[in-house]
Design a protein around this ligand. Structure first.
Ligand code: MN3
Length: 214
């Protein structure tokens, strides 16, 4: 495939080079008091933005500049010589998915269609939340805890650093960021407190159901 000029590729759906920082699905203070605007301003405005900016620098003038974010991820996954591109691309995708995994109106009971799948896989919603929390707390160092579909069965998995379920053949439904930058300003070393309150008050079951239905 010939290299596309970046100024033209911006009109190609899904292949916007340079890639832009997607807007947050709510205001920076919308998740307060659980996640403060201060955390959001650093996490979204500095960390997530840096992944987008770094990725654009890394792919400028390369074959990747013409690809969608998803294609960049799948074509660099598992290639050590492309690790910098994969890490920044996957972190970009993971963060956009994480923002949508939470909602100011989140928490509570999942919609019935999701609840029955959760009960089939884990026994109860509480048991599912406990498994997700346990994955999130036990991830050593930086990473992510995910609710995923393997075939049509729900399960929870954890990934390190920028790794993500798509490169393991799993379909992500929800994610919790357990990098320290996600919680340190609000919870310091208390990762479990952050994870449990996100699961109780913010987790966006509607988003999980949408992802499961696609
Ligand atoms: Mn993060």
């Amino acid at each position: 495939m010939s290299k596309l000029d970046a100024s033209n590729s911006s009109t190609v759906p899904g292949a916007a080079s340079p890639l832009v920082l997607p807007p947050l699905p709510y205001a920076e203070n919308a998740l307060e008091p659980i996640i403060t605007a201060k955390t959001m301003s650093f996490h979204y405005g500095k960390h997530h933005k840096a992944y987008v900016d770094n990725l654009n620098k890394l792919i400028a003038g390369t074959e990747y500049a013409a690809l969608s974010l998803e294609k960049i991820i799948t074509s660099t996954a598992g290639k050590p010589e492309k690790a910098a591109i994969f890490n920044n691309a996957a972190q970009n995708w993971n963060h956009t998915f994480y923002w949508k995994s939470m909602s100011p109106k989140g928490g509570g009971e999942p919609p019935a269609a999701l609840k029955s799948k959760i009960e089939a896989a884990f026994g109860s919603v509480d048991a599912c939340k406990k498994e997700l929390a346990s994955m999130a707390v036990s991830q050593f160092g930086s990473g992510w805890a995910w609710l995923v579909l393997e075939g049509d069965k729900l399960k929870v998995v954890k990934t390190a650093n920028a790794d993500m379920p798509m490169s393991m053949g799993l379909k992500p439904l929800l994610v919790i960021d357990v990098w320290e930058h996600a919680y340190y300003l609000d919870y310091q070393n208390r990762r479990a407190d952050y994870v449990n309150i996100v699961l109780d008050k913010l987790i966006n079951w509607e988003f999980a159901l949408q992802n499961a239905s696609e």
